[in-house]
Ligand binder design. Sequence first.
Ligand code: MG
Length: 119
Amino acid sequence: MNILVVEDDAAVRRFICTILKRENYTVYEADNGINALLLLKEQKDISLMITDLIMPEKEGIETIVEVKKHYPSIKIIAISGGGQVGPENFLILADALGAHTTLKKPFSSQELIRAVKNL
Ligand SMILES: [Mg+2]
């Protein structure tokens, strides 16, 4: 399975990608929503997107809405560490907009793998 990881924090992105590669998933990376959508245009074989919610350029919420619209078959996991209104509110919003799973940062490698396998 091919997974797209969208996260502006390079350390968190590396953490997620390392875990997924260790589980033998093929991983694509983007540092914001704009680059994620560009990548999806080229790579037609991505079946899961894991996206941060707070990012520069294009935020996760907006990205989720566009992916749902243009690529309805892609499963989505939203991750968030917060922001001014707190992570729960962003994750509730992501859930309402169609994210299949939400994970609150910090999460463990086991939590991530469980979320991916459940989808
Ligand atoms: Mg972020």
